[in-house]
Design a protein around this ligand. Structure first.
Ligand SMILES: [Zn+2]
Length: 53
């Protein structure tokens, strides 16, 4: 049986605690600079994947 789905932080792959908000975790755990780098990397990867199609 599948257990209750837990949210996983896309940046650090840590499971969020029950009731913890993703936004809350991101703001508290990760500095803005790290989040910006993560988003930029994700976006570039997607664009590169799109071009090869
Ligand atoms: Zn995290």
């Amino acid at each position: 049986m599948a257990t209750k789905a837990a949210y996983e932080c896309p940046v650090c792959h840590e499971e969020l605690e029950d009731g913890e908000q993703m936004e809350e975790h991101l703001l508290r755990t990760h500095p803005k600079k790290k989040l910006a780098t993560f988003v930029a990397t994700e976006t570039v990867t997607r664009e590169e994947e799109g071009v090869s199609e």
